[in-house]
Design a protein around this ligand. Structure first.
Ligand SMILES: Nc1ncnc2c1ncn2[C@@H]1O[C@H](COP(=O)(O)OP(=O)(O)OP(=O)(O)O)[C@@H](O)[C@H]1O
Ligand SMILES: [Mg+2]
Length: 256
């Protein structure tokens, strides 16, 4: 379990996380939703220590992360950032092998190689695994980065907009893979997702952010309501039910 306690974060004078308290339940898919600029990536970056915490505390399985070493954290938490900046020319194979670094420290064992092969197969990248990252389509590149995080084989996986650039087929496939990792392998997955219908369909737990705070959290049934979504996105939603699932429609011309 990850516990976030009274976290504040600022860039310059602007406070972008304003006293966040939350628990990320184990062995579930948690979706972080909210408008652009709500603080989702900042929260994810603070929890995974991509940026250092200004005020508050994050506990990883009961331990204050401030007292943990980077290597220990990298063996426990895998992160897919929202944007990737990679300046060296490497192949998919090499990128995915990077995911093993916290375990292999650069010397790949048979186990490491098996994990790399498995991650590449999971993301259906076998046929192009020798290709360079800068030669891939946006969706293929995104899949390669997800494979890298998968190969890291951590208990917790944080993925910031993993469905970016992904076609519908792969979006569904990725969500199924993540559900399977949770169900069959005991992982805990946190994703930032803009398509609320994906959150509604695949997340066990939804955290809705607004202006640097947690506006609402709970099961999809509790969060996917017109009242909560209209408030979070400043929009006029229609919520329908199709085949027993909640579906959000957002094509209304009516003002909110
Ligand atoms: N490195 C930075 N320096 C200054 N301000 C930043 C920085 N990163 C984010 N911010 C600001 O912090 C606020 C929260 O940004 P954040 O990236 O966490 O939002 P988000 O919810 O992930 O949005 P999006 O859906 O657009 O990715 C925004 O107002 C943003 O402009
Ligand atoms: Mg973001």
């Amino acid at each position: 379990m990850i516990e976030v306690k009274n976290v504040h974060q600022s860039y310059g004078d602007t406070e972008v996380l304003r006293g966040v308290n939350l628990i990320i339940p184990e062995n579930q898919v948690t979706a972080l939703i909210g408008a652009n600029g709500a603080g989702k990536s900042t929260l994810l970056n603070v929890i995974t220590r991509l940026v250092s915490l200004r005020d508050g505390a994050v506990f990883l399985d009961g331990r204050d992360m401030a007292s943990m070493k980077s290597l220990e954290i990298a063996r426990t938490i895998g992160v897919l950032k929202q944007t990737h900046h990679i300046s060296i020319r490497i192949s998919i194979d090499d990128l995915v092998a990077f995911g093993r670094y916290p375990h292999s420290r650069g010397r790949l064992t048979e186990v490491d190689r098996a994990m790399i092969d498995e991650a590449i197969a999971y993301l259906r990248l076998e046929d192009i695994r020798g290709k360079y990252i800068d030669e891939l389509s946006g969706g293929q590149r995104q899949r390669a980065y997800i494979a890298m995080v998968l190969a890291q084989d951590t208990k917790y996986m944080f993925l910031d907009e993993p469905l970016n650039n992904m076609d519908i087929h792969f979006s569904v496939e990725i969500m199924r893979i993540l559900s399977r990792l949770v169900r069959d392998m005991g992982k805990t997955v946190v994703i930032v997702v803009h398509d609320i219908n994906f959150a509604a369909a695949y997340a066990d737990h939804i955290i809705a952010m607004k202006d640097g705070t947690i506006a609402a959290e709970g099961s999809a049934d509790r969060i996917i309501t017109k009242e909560i979504l209209d408030d979070i996105f400043g929009f006029n939603f229609n919520i329908a039910e199709v085949a027993g699932r909640k579906v959000c429609l957002y094509f209304s011309d009516e003002p909110s």
